[in-house]
Design a protein around this ligand. Structure first.
Ligand code: NAD
Length: 379
């Protein structure tokens, strides 16, 4: 998902001023030497230490800045193949440069008790390997979506977490923000009556160079942006799809779609008779939306999958209502949820099994598109 212009500007500013911004922090007078009465608050004590694996677009533009808004989570280590970049990021966020790891010495995080949680923000094809290695190192793992490259990898990741007796969570950040949570509650409470159909779309224009246009690294629009629609239809209906139909379009005339489709369109049938129709593309301008059609009205979300900017409306009895909630930083909220699970030894809301379910639906969508027939979702 591309970052919005504000964040891009932030990235540019951040990149340009990483070293400058880090310097003044080291020049602050220690509390005992501060002017009496100044009363500078102590830095908050955030109990759970995180290692960030992969310093790409999402990590730098969203995840690292989100630590400013966490209450329980702090960045203590970085894993990167680019030492210069990692050193700059470490200086900017006050991370000890000794806590920078490469992909080669990644396994030695097992000797670092400061790291409790590991956040995998790598290309999708690397999620399984680094999640399993982190579990073997005795760490809890938050893995970016889509969870892996296929169903089999998801199963291996879940097994690795079980064997290590560590927690595994998939970064479905929308389950931790108020707007999508409210839409789920509206569906469950039947605010507009029983759900009949759901439409969900997630569109963007993906231009090279981008890992998303590589079949081996990311696998195309279904896993990258389609997973949001699948996950949303599951959390809004509260059911698991049993059957799908699908179509994939890969224009031979556009070089950027040499390896991955441009469009994926599909339907999902749920046991109660609810149906969903979804569409994603890497070829149009950004547009994200879902609408839940109910017996007595509808629930409508504009930008449901964005980092911010959700707009939730309902329509019932010929009246449209706009619902407003406090906005939160999605990444801070999901990291703090996972930190809390670690501290209290509870299960995350979106564990590995949640990612596995989406991958089973994606496997059925791919099968249906290949065969031109309805495909069953494996249970
Ligand atoms: P990116 O290409 O900007 O970053 C990938 C990072 O992996 C880079 O730092 C790159 O150097 C590193 N890397 C290590 N080995 C690599 C290799 N062999 N080939 C390519 N890169 C390699 O990608 P991104 O947009 O930051 O996405 C990273 C992950 O985050 C993906 O799984 C993506 O689906 C996910 N993501 C999630 C959200 C969300 O809202 N939850 C948004 C964007 C991306």
């Amino acid at each position: 998902m591309p970052t919005d212009p504000t964040r891009r500007d932030f990235m540019k500013t951040t990149g340009a001023s990483l070293m400058m911004a880090a310097a003044p922090a080291t020049q602050l007078a220690p509390p005992e030497k501060q002017r009496p009465g100044l009363n500078i608050p102590k830095p908050p004590n955030k109990p759970v230490g995180w290692a960030i694996v992969g310093l790409g677009q999402l990590a730098l533009a969203e995840v690292m800045p989100a630590f400013r808004e966490t209450k329980l989570s702090k960045p203590v280590a970085l894993v990167s193949g680019h030492p210069d970049k990692a050193n700059q990021v470490a200086a900017f966020y006050g991370i000890d440069p000794k806590q920078i790891y490469s992909y080669e010495n990644f396994d030695s995080i097992k000797d670092n008790p400061e790291i409790q949680a590991v956040y995998i923000i790598l290309p999708n094809s690397m999620h399984a390997e680094y999640t399993i290695r982190a579990h073997k190192a005795g760490k809890h793992v938050l893995c970016e979506k889509p969870m892996a490259a296929n169903v089999q990898e998801c199963e291996q990741m879940i097994a690795a977490a079980k064997e290590a007796q560590r927690k595994l969570m998939v970064a479905y950040r929308l389950r931790y923000e108020p707007y999508n949570k409210a839409a789920i509650e509206m569906c469950r409470s039947k605010l507009c009556g029983d759900v009949v159909q759901i439409e969900a779309s997630n569109m963007q224009n993906t231009r090279p160079p981008n890992i998303r246009l590589s079949k081996s690294l990311a696998g195309g629009p279904l896993g990258d942006i389609g997973v949001y629609c699948i996950n949303a239809c599951r959390y809004l209906s509260g059911e698991e799809p049993v059957e799908v139909t699908a179509q994939i379009y890969q224009p031979a005339t556009e070089a950027r779609f040499a390896e991955v489709p441009r469009d994926v369109l599909w339907t999902m049938s749920f046991p109660s008779g609810v149906h969903a129709h979804c569409g994603v593309t890497f070829g149009s301008s950004s547009s994200r939306h879902y609408r839940v059609h109910c017996v007595d009205g509808y629930i409508d979300m504009e930008r449901p999958f964005g980092y911010r900017g959700q707009e939730l409306r309902t329509y019932q009895q010929r009246k449209e209502t706009t619902h407003e909630f406090e906005t939160v930083n999605h990444f801070a909220a999901q990291m703090d949820h996972f930190s809390e699970c670690i501290l209290k030894d509870t299960d995350p809301l979106t564990p590995g099994e949640e990612g596995l379910r989406d991958h089973k639906v994606m496997a059925a969508i791919e099968e249906s598109a290949r065969s031109g027939r309805r495909a069953k979702v494996s249970s």
